[in-house]
Design a protein around this ligand. Sequence first.
Ligand SMILES: Nc1ncnc2c1ncn2[C@@H]1O[C@H](COP(=O)(O)OP(=O)(O)OP(=O)(O)O)[C@@H](O)[C@H]1O
Ligand SMILES: [Mg+2]
Length: 275
Amino acid sequence: MPENLLTVRGLHKVYGKRDSKFEALRGINLKINRGESVAIVGKSGSGKSTLMHLLALLDRPTKGEIILDGTNTSKLKQRDLNKLRNKEFGFVFQQFFMNANDTVLNNVILPLKIAGVGAKERRRRAMHALTIVGLESKAKNKASDLSGGQKQRVCIARAIVNNPAVIFADEPTGNLDSNTGAKVEETLFSLNRDKDITLIIVTHDEELAEKCNRQIRISDGRIESDEDLATEREIEAEIAAENEELRKNHKTGDMDADGLRDDATVSHVKVKEVK
Ligand SMILES: Nc1ncnc2c1ncn2[C@@H]1O[C@H](COP(=O)(O)OP(=O)(O)OP(=O)(O)O)[C@@H](O)[C@H]1O
Ligand SMILES: [Mg+2]
């Protein structure tokens, strides 16, 4: 049974006042289960980052509510909101929010420091996170010494160091070369598979969006479509396997071989193949 993680009801976001007023989100309703990987796609200016910021509790909606794990976040005080965010979420944003003059290790340690984890334990956990992204050898370097892709991986290390329930990523591979981008993607999806971390990724990259289990398209501040790619992929794989079976049996002339499904669709195809 899928476990609900986030429920969004009637979400609106208005920026500015009077003449410069702009309604960036115009009534978003959404449910996300634990362990999903969700791509948020859509044209530039459609409201993707706005939605992501609200879901990640980095900003408050003008109207509507966000329920996280049964807690109505609109009722929380700022302090409790910050605590909740630090505990439950990790962030991988394109504009790296890193302290360039500090070491890689200290950048990764930061969320643990905020959470009040002891010095020895936070060092151990930060080193473990750096090992996962393959950067343990750079722990003592200044963050500014790293390449763009390495910085992005430090961000992933920092995003996972608290063992979060959700990772929010806004264009995580946007300014990376394809090799480094692939590594960053691999890291994110293996965390989703192995640790059941929910991924919410804003991206213009169609290939990356296709790898997610769900794709939500935003248009002018509304949800235009919400596709379950995992189920689609499963059905496509079933059809491909059935066709392969038919081809094999047709070649050998053994149309009644074991394993062939005998439902209406398949027998219909069978008849066609025989002709
Ligand atoms: N702080 C702000 N003040 C006023 N308007 C804003 C603000 N932030 C965003 N907007 C407007 O809200 C709309 C949605 O912006 P948003 O950043 O969510 O788009 P996006 O879908 O992430 O686009 P992109 O793909 O270019 O990153 C845009 O028209 C933008 O100009
Ligand atoms: Mg954006």
